[in-house]
Ligand binder design. Structure first.
Ligand SMILES: *[C@@H]1O[C@H](CO)[C@@H](O)[C@H](O)[C@H]1NC(C)=O
Ligand SMILES: *[C@@H]1O[C@H](CO)[C@@H](O)[C@H](O)[C@H]1NC(C)=O
Ligand SMILES: *[C@@H]1O[C@H](CO)[C@@H](O)[C@H](O)[C@H]1NC(C)=O
Length: 284
């Protein structure tokens, strides 16, 4: 009996482990949150520190995948990780696209970013919301909205239904963008050292992209968060880079990897910079 129980637990954990990899993988989320926390104003850094659960030890990156881990029991939260768009239109329209599979409006990653931003504006007041959860959701979804295939086509579930090979391994296209490009980049160029990869991105934020960063940070008029823009950029990048040259059964190797890597780096950088900018506007 005990033996079967253990086996069952093993199988279930195995399934969960693999389902878990969704949205930027562990790496992508860790990286965006790490970049973001290093750019917080003193006031925002203080608020984040207060809101983080104790076990995070004031490291936002360490809990940046919390939202992926809870979606199996907080089932209502699973449509909030993405905003799929109609096939081949290559644009995002909130009213048309931001809904869950039952058609309930606002239930997509863009609606969720707005939702948790609004909740966090209650910080320091009496509130009905759990602002720790709001912070963890916002930090995670800001990463997700920057993964181009999180605004991919409804018909292929953002590339999840497109089977490809990543070098010699069977994979789906969504997962290639969640994890494989980042992992291969870390292995090949950073000796699998995540911190070195993060430093390289941060270096480019202050050098290569220095004249663009302010444009990434800014929201139009008096908005605190502007995820619509990020989703629009996302689906454009998906059409231009992710779907392109990656039909069903294709083998993706160096050509694809090396030409897409700059897009992934850019989206990781933008996600981090914008999460920080948003938190700095929330806690001012
Ligand atoms: C907004 O947040 C609340 C509390 O977590 C949640 O119940 C609701 O589903 C969220 N809605 C959206 C669109 O994110
Ligand atoms: C808020 O959510 C966090 C994370 O799920 C949980 O640990 C904490 O107990 C919650 N706080 C309250 C007051 O419910
Ligand atoms: C940083 O920028 C340089 C020059 O544009 C580029 O070659 C390199 O791949 C970039 N690295 C990262 C991690 O963005």
């Amino acid at each position: 009996m005990e033996y079967y129980k253990i086996q069952l637990v093993a199988i279930v954990s195995f399934i969960f482990l693999f389902q878990n990899i969704q949205g930027w993988g562990e790496e992508g989320h860790y990286i965006t949150c790490k970049i973001a926390q290093s750019r917080l104003s003193d006031t925002a850094a203080e608020a984040v520190k207060k809101l983080l659960p104790d076990y995070a030890q004031n490291d936002l990156a360490s809990v940046c995948t919390w939202a992926d881990r809870v979606k199996f029991y907080l089932r209502w939260s699973s449509p909030l990780h993405y905003a799929d768009t109609p096939p081949r239109l290559c644009n995002f329209q909130y009213n048309r696209d931001c809904k869950d599979l039952d058609g309930v409006k606002g239930r997509c990653v863009v609606g969720a970013i707005n939702n948790y931003t609004t909740q966090l504006l209650d910080y320091g007041k009496d509130t009905q919301y759990n602002l720790t959860q709001a912070l963890l959701f916002l930090s995670h979804f800001m990463g997700d909205v920057h993964q181009p295939l999180h605004t991919g086509f409804t018909t292929d579930k953002g590339g999840n239904l497109i089977d490809v090979h990543w070098y010699r391994r069977k994979q789906n296209l969504h997962h290639v963008w969640d994890a494989n490009i980042i992992e291969t980049e870390e292995e090949r160029f950073y000796d699998s050292n995540r911190d070195d990869f993060i430093s390289a991105i941060q270096d480019n934020i202050t050098k290569t992209w220095s004249d663009k960063v302010e444009g990434w940070e800014i929201c139009s008029s008096d908005e605190t968060a502007c995820p619509n823009t990020y989703a629009s950029e996302g689906i454009q990048a998906a059409c231009q880079w992710a779907y392109k040259g990656a039909p069903e059964d294709s083998v993706l190797e160096d050509d694809y990897f090396l030409s897409r890597l700059p897009i992934v780096n850019l989206r990781l950088a933008q996600g981090g910079v914008r999460l920080a900018a948003t938190l700095n506007r929330i806690f001012k």
